[in-house]
Design a protein around this ligand. Structure first.
Ligand SMILES: [Zn+2]
Ligand SMILES: [Zn+2]
Length: 157
């Protein structure tokens, strides 16, 4: 399936649109110091590495989404990366509020299909008196239908 998000998009998002937060910015009660996804308690960011680089065995630490529309959610750094790398239909959007952090990886395909639908609709509305022209329009319709089927079945974009 084609929901996998390009590495450069993930890296740009993590670098420019998430910011590591200090634990001291949180109230002391444990409930406000846990990742809303995995419920692990937040730890301080390990000073041995820099955000957004993430070693595999890191503790969960809090990052906040920024400059992505109304979503300012705070999530665990591990979970946010796991989420955008999961290759699911909603991996490009916040798991809490569904705000889209960046375009869906197959949004080009959606746009192409809807453009095709518009063209097919326009062709259907044409009234051709000339027999040769009518046949040509029918051929075009068939070709576009074939492309449409390919887009739906293969999801290659
Ligand atoms: Zn988590
Ligand atoms: Zn959100």
């Amino acid at each position: 399936m084609s929901y996998r998000i390009d590495e450069s998009v993930i890296s740009n998002f993590l670098t420019n649109h998430t910011r590591a937060l200090r634990l001291s910015a949180f109230p002391l009660d444990p409930l406000s110091r846990q990742c809303p996804i995995c419920r692990d308690l937040y730890h301080a960011q390990d000073p041995a590495y820099l955000h957004p680089l993430l070693p595999a065995d890191t503790h969960e630490y809090p990052v906040q989404v920024r400059d992505r529309g109304p979503c300012n959610h705070i999530l665990g750094r591990r979970c946010i990366e796991r989420h955008v790398r999961a290759g699911q239909p909603w991996s490009h959007a916040c798991p809490l509020c569904r705000e889209e952090w960046f375009p869906a990886p197959n949004s080009a395909r959606t746009e192409i299909v809807s453009t095709l639908d518009n063209v097919l609709g326009a062709l259907e509305r044409l009234e051709m008196r000339d027999e040769v022209a009518r046949q040509e329009v029918e051929n075009m319709e068939q070709a576009l239908e074939t492309i449409r089927e390919m887009l739906y079945s293969q999801r290659w974009i």
